[in-house]
Design a protein around this ligand. Structure first.
Ligand SMILES: [Fe+2]
Ligand SMILES: [Fe+2]
Length: 282
């Protein structure tokens, strides 16, 4: 793979995450932390505090009473949702991008990332390494961040790429068109943002989890399967939807009864719909 100098400089100029978002992502990676740690980070960021209070007070969040303290808001929203709020607020250019090279309209990358994160958290909780479910959520939110960089280097329309029918997956098309793919570029973005190794590794191998480091393979499979389920739910990012292979090895890492999958998908979809309407309202 060849990553060009212009791609590298695009990575370097990508707006940095807010300090609160970065600290929350790192916190999710530590094995034990307290609610007060999350409260302290939220309170250090005025915009995030305001956003969280608007979110927990939105009618769609459905508490039915006013929440006016950060402690209470943190308890109701939960650390993972707060990380989502911090990331969405901090990396607006990333998530709002319209990726015309993928035929992906503005906002679709955010919706795809959020539902992938919700699925990834569920799968990580059923995986061989349950301690990483918080990180799986964060990695799910960021797994396709490389598309934002790569889209600027791809042909303007996806139809030019999709004429090549002989390739096993969309990343091969990206490599043929640009010399790089969105997983590797995304991993480099996460390295540039100094995010935990589990997030970097999950992004780098989310389409080929069997190639990831063994100590992190459970979380990488959780993100991989989450991404796949997001696409199956009709929440992909455009031209590359379902243009990837599902790695059957996930069964060795995630304990999932096929009969459970329908119920789980339904629950995630409900959570997703509620989150999206609370976010739109806040
Ligand atoms: Fe991807
Ligand atoms: Fe994806």
């Amino acid at each position: 793979m060849t990553i060009s100098d212009t791609m590298l400089s695009d990575i370097r100029v990508l707006e940095p995450l807010s300090s609160a978002a970065q600290r929350l992502l790192t916190l999710l990676g530590s094995s034990d932390y307290e609610l007060e740690d999350v409260v302290a980070i939220v309170q250090s960021d005025l915009a995030l505090t305001a956003r969280l209070l608007r979110f927990t007070n939105s009618a769609a969040f459905g508490l039915g009473r006013e929440v006016d303290s950060v402690e209470e808001a943190v308890r109701f929203a939960g650390d993972k949702i707060i990380t989502g709020l911090a990331l969405e607020g901090s990396a607006t250019r990333v998530y709002a991008s319209e990726l015309s090279a993928y035929g992906c309209e503005g906002g679709a990358l955010w919706r795809h990332s959020l539902i992938t994160a919700l699925f990834a958290r569920e799968f990580a909780q059923r995986s061989r390494d349950r301690s990483k479910s918080g990180l799986a959520f964060a990695a799910g939110l960021l797994h396709d961040v490389g598309k934002v960089v790569l889209a600027g280097h791809m042909p303007a329309s996806p139809s030019e790429l999709l004429t090549d029918r002989e390739v096993p997956d969309f990343e091969m098309l990206e490599q043929r068109a640009t010399g790089a793919d969105h997983s590797e570029l995304g991993a480099q973005v996460a390295e540039h943002w100094e995010l935990p190794r589990a997030i970097v590794e999950s992004i780098r191998h989310h389409h080929h989890p069997s190639e990831s480091a063994e100590d992190l393979r459970a979380i990488v499979h959780a993100v991989h399967l989450g991404d796949f389920m997001a696409m199956m739910a009709g929440l992909g990012t455009g031209a590359d939807d379902l243009q990837y292979q599902l790695d059957p090895d996930y069964e060795a890492w995630i304990d999932l009864e096929p009969s459970e999958l329908d119920r789980l998908s339904w629950r995630v979809r409900e959570e997703f719909d509620q989150l999206i309407s609370s976010l739109e309202e806040s």
